[in-house]
Design a protein around this ligand. Sequence first.
Ligand code: 13P
Length: 342
Amino acid sequence: MTDTVVLPGPQARTEKDIDPTLDLIAEIERLKKEKNAVILAHYYQDGEIQDLADFVGDSLDLSRRAAATNADVILFCGVRFMGEVAKILSPKKLVLIPDAEAGCSLEDGCKPEDFARMRKLYPDHTAITYINCSAEVKALSDIIVTSSNAETIIRSLKDSQPILFAPDRHLGAYLKRRTGRENMVLWPGTCIIHEQFSERELIKLKTLHPQAKIAAHPECPETILAHADHIGSTRGILDFVLKSDAPEFIIATEKHIIHQMEKAAPRKKFIAAPGADGSCDCARCPFMALNTLEKIYLALVNEAPFIEIPESLRVAALKPLDRMLELSASIPLAASVPNAAQ
Ligand code: 13P
């Protein structure tokens, strides 16, 4: 766990203290009003959490919502780095997360000291860093990107400008192919979920569902992306399946996004992309799955775990995040978003 999370104190309520007859959803709604809190959730959260949230979105939209909300408290249902982003952008707000252990394999695979060494090896390179990283790594970067704005941001740089791209090598390789840039050095990180999808099983599944379109997140390896009819961020994938006339889709990203798809297009069929043994629950992120209704309720009651970032680190991490928001101005905020509130 990083030291940007402050845990509940010894007097805090725990799951053992929750009355089993309590209507958790009603209590969360009541606490939300009482504390002027907004609940932001990523598409990878359990369906019941998405349904409870005021706003569900991809990393870019959630960052923009976190920066713009009038609430006093942001309860961020996602993983820790997302809560950190909210705190960096909205330092006066109390930013709660349901579970301090909800990390990210991409963040874990890119330690700030290693990243600082890499930067020294490539002093002339612009460090373009995927938002799935720690506040410390953000502070060492020039521009932060998400999967929905990375290509636009890279294209905004001169062709001659060399780039150090971290920490997702599959996203980096995809961006290299899309932009035709040769001068991109890639950090060797991967996401444990997208890395597990199996090309062989995907081909078998497609044979069983010949009408199905394949939609994939660019964190997938090239072997998976090569079969995709659409490649994009979570919001991009959602937009694609809703606009397409196809009756069936194979979804190569974390499977909980299927909840929004089934709600918005109940007649279409959505199948999670398979892992290597064809039957594992591979498309489920174990970090995202740590968040539960009980922990959301307790976070509001205890006002913890919360994010706390030393001001010098926050200011350093804000600079490349602000660059990202500036360079994303041409990308519209999701127009009709499930549960959109403030
Ligand atoms: P987006 O929601 O921006 O597509 O990112 C998803 C993500 O974090 C994948 O790990």
